[in-house]
Design a protein around this ligand. Structure first.
Ligand SMILES: [Cu+2]
Length: 245
């Protein structure tokens, strides 16, 4: 076989192979939206470290974009375990800048590690809690600007992160990012791709936004969870929309 014929054969194999793979799985796509006018989120008044942290901090509890789309909701398929992404911890990063966590919600593949970085010239500690019972999962001190720490999270589920020095700093890590979990974008959109056909329970988790001040530390209301049944058909897209109010 000459070179151009064998190249054609390779290309044909690739095309057939990828279309088969495409045809065997489906997609789940949808939105998380806020119905009506969202409540006004009061910023936290910062009274120290103002040169770095500013005078007011957003708690990022309810972030509503275009057409009521809600950012930072987590959508996942319950009980479906699949392709955990095997990637370097440097791909999963929570940065601390201007006394705020970025991103506010991070999805990490189960069994993997993530990096926390400190871009601020002051002390932050990254205190991770199991969201299920509020017990400490990890606690990392980062006193110096430029520090990076790698943390492994073996147990799947939701983790909340707080800074004990700056009580307004809060973020979430959802561990199980095996392709069947996603955080909504700024307009409330999510996509789960390469889902094997079947009937599933789709879960939408949102951290909740009611906040009360307890001795200068914001305490948050319970997260909101909604579920719906979905049917995934090979080569098709199942739509799933959620509404918060
Ligand atoms: Cu801090």
């Amino acid at each position: 076989m000459n070179a151009s014929k064998s190249l054609a054969l390779v290309l044909l194999t690739l095309v057939v192979g990828s279309s088969l793979a495409f045809g065997q799985t489906g997609t789940v796509k949808g939105t998380v939206k806020f119905a009506g006018t969202p409540p006004t989120m009061t910023p936290y008044k910062v009274t120290y470290n103002n040169n770095v942290c500013g005078n007011e901090a957003s708690l990022d509890r309810l972030v509503v974009g275009k057409d009521g789309g809600v950012e930072y909701a987590v959508v996942y398929i319950e009980g479906l375990k699949g392709k955990a992404e095997r990637v370097a911890p440097s791909k999963y990063v929570i940065d601390q800048k201007d006394c705020s966590y970025n991103p506010h919600v991070l999805i990490v593949s189960h069994g993997e590690s993530f990096t926390v970085a400190n871009a601020d010239p002051l002390f932050h500690n990254v205190h991770g809690y199991f969201a299920s019972n509020n017990e400490t999962a990890f606690n990392i001190a980062q006193p110096i600007k430029g520090m990076k720490s790698v943390q492994r999270v073996r147990k799947p589920g939701m983790y909340m992160i707080r800074c004990d020095v700056h009580p307004w700093m809060n973020a979430y890590i959802y561990v199980s990012g095996d392709g069947y979990a996603a955080a909504t974008d700024k307009d409330g959109n999510f996509t789960l791709s390469d889902v094997p056909p079947g009937k599933y329970k789709l879960v939408m988790w949102h951290e909740g936004w009611d906040t009360k001040d307890v001795s200068g530390k914001p305490e948050f209301s319970k997260p909101i969870e909604q579920t719906q049944e979905i049917t995934v058909v090979a080569g098709q897209t199942a739509d799933a929309d959620f509404t918060l109010k």
